[in-house]
Design a binder for this molecule. Sequence first.
Ligand code: ZN
Ligand code: ZN
Ligand code: FE
Length: 718
Amino acid sequence: MENRNDCVLIKAQGNQKNIKKFVSSIAKFAPETSHIESIKTAPIDWENFSDFQITKSKNISEAITEISPDIAVCSECLMDMKVQSNRINYPFINCTNCGPRFSIVKDLPYDREKTTMKKFIMCDDCRKEYIDVSNRRFHAQPVACINCGPEYELVFNNKSIKDFDTILRIFSELINNGKIIAVKGLGGFHIACDANNERAVSRLRELKNREGKPFAVMFSNLKSLKEYAVVNKTEEMRLLSWRRPILILKEKKKLAESVSIGFRTIGAMLPYMPFHYLIFENLKIPAIVLTSGNISDEPIIVDNDKAKNTLSKISDALLIYNRDIYNRTDDSVEMVVNKKARMIRRSRGSAPSPIRMSRDVDGIVATGAELVNCFCVGKGDQAILSQHIGDLKNLETFDFFSETIDQFIKLFRVKPKLIVCDKHPDYLSTKYANDLKFKTISVQHHHAHIASCMAEHNLDEKVIGVSFDGTGYGDDHKVWGGEFLICDLNEYERYTHFEYIPIPGGDKAIEEPWRMGISYLYKIYGADLYESSLPFLRNIKNEDLDIIIRAIEKGINCPLTSSAGRLFDAVAAIIDLCTFSKFHAEAPMRLESVVDKNCMEQYNFQMASTIIVEQTIREIVDDIKKNIPISIISAKFHNTIISIIFTVVNEIYKNFNIKKVVLSGGTFQNKYILGNVEKLLMEKKFRVFSHNIIPSNDGGIALGQLAIAAKRRELKCV
Ligand code: ZN
Ligand code: ZN
Ligand code: FE
């Protein structure tokens, strides 16, 4: 057998019946984590083989085999960890079915010398397993044991502790006493504390500075997780899968208040490193906060020295180990809607698995969006989407972005020929693309959203695209975000959108949803809005209000938008739920979190050449005055959006006879909207396509850009 970079080559000899059986058993007994693209067979000359051998890996072509994502420790290794004398409680145990992959790979083919395991010289015991064809660790590149592999080190009170039993004991004592520890994980650092200790969690929130998002929580096992969260069958399967994502679940029992800061959800995951299991054996608590180890918007820290310098300031102890993380990966985040998994943040456990495309995408590099960046490179007919990168406006994140693009080009042996970026001239990803010395094309943001979902489902035809999100640069230089497109992979027509409305203060309004609230109210009531005595106005200084209204009147720094996200912002502000936002998309998330699911009512809206929600806002204001609970108002508003989507989609169908509807954009991260739009359209016999393995937010944009560029290249439009 030969491990090549484009395939695995197996030479086998025997009678025809046995060979046939052997070939069919490859797929039949393939490990859970493997993915066989195809099996091709051909006769060879007789060579008189006497045993099974893996010959040295070869770099025979520029084609590649995939790099596996990192895999959660398997159950057999967990058992070995209790009985194998050289691996008792050894936290780096792994085998061919589990362990680090992408995070340690520096180059292909995937051999130990090309990983960050290179510096650890295998001991005789490990080597025996490594070369034994009948062993589960046969050719497991990161194989290691107590005598030869990586080690943990706890830095506490200026002391360095290396004895692992002592580390486990002190670590547990600290967590049990409400302390905060920075821990090196698989793809980067985490910060951990007891998830039921409010003092610890709120202190962590303060130390992490500006951190307003709910924290992720790791539970000791499924049983304890089920005490705190509602888990259906699909969710259970996702939680237990080898990918081990963070799953957004409905809260059942409260953890410390500061974990979810008022959201009735828990971002939950199960242990995936041997260390996680060992620590829970010692801790005797059901759950720990395990949030990413970074300062505000910076990328998750991977480097031991950097962690010592920065994370030790916000933690009481630092747990590191001496194997390097080469490819940084955050924990992936998913949710389940209508019994299907939906990617929110695609990283550990999923990246860099390729997406098979229906055409040649070779040499195309798509630089993605700006705020939630992922990029994508094309190799043959495979689109390789990067792990979650983050907000490029942060300098460290931008460096991470450009370094990782270089790494991907080298790792996957991509020869860039065509660069594709967003139409937004000021996106840092656009500027980066334009600085490269290759042919560059730009793609409209909302077209890219729809194309990313089309690529995921292998669609290549005219579809109805519903592209709803916070912002994206439009062809008319206005801020789009509530768009109905009739499009294919090459071109699109903007059928309709929400009526334009000023965004007072431009980007500032993203952090201050009250500005959009005022914009909508001013449009309807003019100066009378002062008399409306809506409760949320109390949160705003009179002078700020005056400035904003003058700005709207004079059109100063008030770009026009058709954004669905900004409409959600406005409603969240007007009902006094979120006037200032502490993190990206907080207002729409809070609005969704209060929906009364039993309410079937909706508000009125108007369809003209655009979609007009004046009446919707008026009725919301009336409901506030009637003291209708916000759970009902929010439900009626959500139902209105669902109804708008259905109305427009149905109209397009009647005019153009298109039955395939593609849903994409950050708004479809709203479970209530996505779940109900899908159900309603399917009931009405539409064919609905939404995201599963690719994020519907801007993290999926690069795949759409790549799909459009490939199609245009094929049509010779570029
Ligand atoms: Zn294993
Ligand atoms: Zn060993
Ligand atoms: Fe977007």
